[in-house]
Design a protein around this ligand. Structure first.
Ligand code: AMP
Length: 397
């Protein structure tokens, strides 16, 4: 078992906290949504209550290894003042002289916010010296950046090697426990619903969930790669040619082992990819050459809704269609509502599915909305999760 923050003795120590303060900003640098800051407060407050000194590092946006004032962490530091009465310092670098000096002079109960980690290419390169210098400022390392836990970056992965006194923060702990429990020890039936466009990102998830879930329902553009693997002509629908073979193997394995991967039986399609395209419904064995499937069709909606009604645990990642186009939102809307209204435990992850849930104002009817799309996929895939693998295991006595 990995340790969680409360397992560590951090009294009077200096804690390096990797947070996820990657908040959306407008063109003037104003924070548009401070959820990520707000949700980090329990971890921050707990650390400060232990009379510890707190150094926080995070990335913001994609500055690609170069300083860019647009992505400075300074507005985040200013914003934190609203929620905390503790003294907050700001360093204009990450492992440079300003950070080192301010870390050295930091007092118990005070916070030092470092500048954006991604102003330095060493961060994404998982650089040895960068991680070592970052670690040298602290005694203890806490990772609470769930959104980037699947990245092998210096502040996520290598830093933990230099600070063996380490643990997950409360946010990461909650995400990991919730998602792991849903796949390892769920109330059954466990229904996984996967959609979206990036098949390559999700093929490993289908593979793993096929073993864990009672049924895997597939929608979105990724359905067409699976349909094509089954031998259907899918017209102009998006197909990931490189993933067809793996999709075929997965479907074959599912058949041989009696696992249920369910594909759409009909689709809403159009001749063009455009917001005002008019949807026409076709069975999947009847998609014309010049049409592309942009949503699941009504028979599929009914089929999936009936399955969801009987489920007890749900994992949903990825929209059922191009829900950004009002004419192709039906599948995503119906599935979102079915999950929200089902009696059971539901987890929704991935930017687009979460956006659909919020758009439909169903947040309160979902048991757990994951704060990390890619990160939650990495856990669902069951493979390596660098940020977790880096944390020290508690030895069994
Ligand atoms: P992902 O990031 O893989 O979850 O993909 C999300 C995106 O997939 C959304 O922007 C959807 O518009 C898009 N999408 C879903 N279904 C389809 C489809 N049938 N054809 C094209 N794009 C789709």
């Amino acid at each position: 078992m990995k340790r969680i923050l409360t397992d560590l003795n951090i009294k009077n120590k200096t804690v390096l906290l990797r947070a996820d303060f990657n908040v959306p900003l407008d063109e003037n640098g104003n924070i548009l949504d401070d959820t990520r800051i707000y949700e980090e407060l329990p971890t921050i407050k707990y650390i400060l209550k232990q009379n510890a000194k707190l150094i926080i590092c995070s990335h913001l946006g994609r500055p690609k290894g170069k300083y860019n004032s647009k992505y400075s962490m300074f507005p985040v530091a200013q914003h934190l003042v609203r929620y905390l009465s503790n003294k907050i310092h700001f360093a204009v670098d990450v492992v440079g002289p300003d950070a080192m000096e301010k870390a050295k002079n930091l007092k118990a109960g005070e916070i030092l916010i470092l500048e954006n980690l991604r102003f330095y290419e060493e961060e994404e390169n998982n650089d040895y010296y960068f991680a070592k210098k970052l670690a040298s400022m602290a005694d203890v390392y806490v990772n609470d950046a769930f959104g980037t836990i699947h990245r092998k970056h210096a502040s996520i992965y290598r830093v933990a090697k230099f600070l063996p006194e380490n643990a997950m923060g409360f946010l990461v702990g909650k995400e990991i426990n919730t998602i792991t429990r849903a796949i390892e020890n769920p109330n059954r039936p466990l229904i996984a619903i996967l959609g979206g466009a990036k098949v390559a990102d999700k093929i490993g998830v289908v593979k793993n969930l096929m073993e864990k879930a009672d049924k895997v329902l597939i929608g979105g553009a990724m359905a067409f790669t699976f349909l094509k693997a089954e031998g259907y002509d899918v017209g102009k629908s998006i197909v990931d040619e490189n993933s067809i073979e793996v999709a075929r193997e997965i479907l074959e394995k599912a058949k041989n082992e009696g696992k249920e991967i369910i594909l759409p039986v009909d689709v809403a399609a159009s001749e063009t990819f455009s917001a005002n395209a008019y949807p026409k419904i076709f069975n999947v064995d009847d998609i014309p050459e010049n049409y592309m499937g942009l949503d699941i069709g009504p028979k599929t909606i009914k089929l999936y809704k009936d399955i969801i009604k009987k489920g007890k645990t749900f994992i949903w990642n990825g929209p059922m269609g191009v829900f950004e186009f009002v004419n192709f939102i039906d599948g995503t809307e119906a599935i979102a509502k079915a999950i929200a209204n089902a009696k059971g435990f539901s987890i929704v992850g991935g930017g687009d599915s979460v956006a659909a849930i919020k758009m439909l104002k169903l947040e309160n009817k979902i048991s757990h909305i994951s704060t990390g799309g890619g990160a939650s996929l990495a856990i669902l895939e069951g493979g390596d999760v660098p940020g977790l693998d880096a944390l020290t295991d508690v030895k069994e006595v």
